[in-house]
Write a new protein. Sequence first.
Length: 109
Amino acid sequence: MQEKVYNLFEKLENEGFFILLETNGSISLQNVPEKIVKIVDVKTPGSECSDSFLLENLNFIDADKDEIKFVLCNKADYEWSKDFIFQNNLENYKLLFSAVTDNLEVKDL
């Protein structure tokens, strides 16, 4: 995230806006204000970008309001996502699964 985004967050919050931030998880969420709802993508191996996710970002996700999203390219991504959830104790978080429909039919999960 660019530094100027924090000024924007502050201005929007002061005006009473409800802010949703969707991020790929590759940049630290440490300085994102608590009021902002974060929707954080965890990159699966099928995306070929799974190494870009900062695991430390899990410390800045609120289980009651933020969301963690997994984009699934194949069944192996689904299995990997389940393992990731259990290994990081995310069972009580808001979890989203989105299938890349060209490669994976939801019914196949």
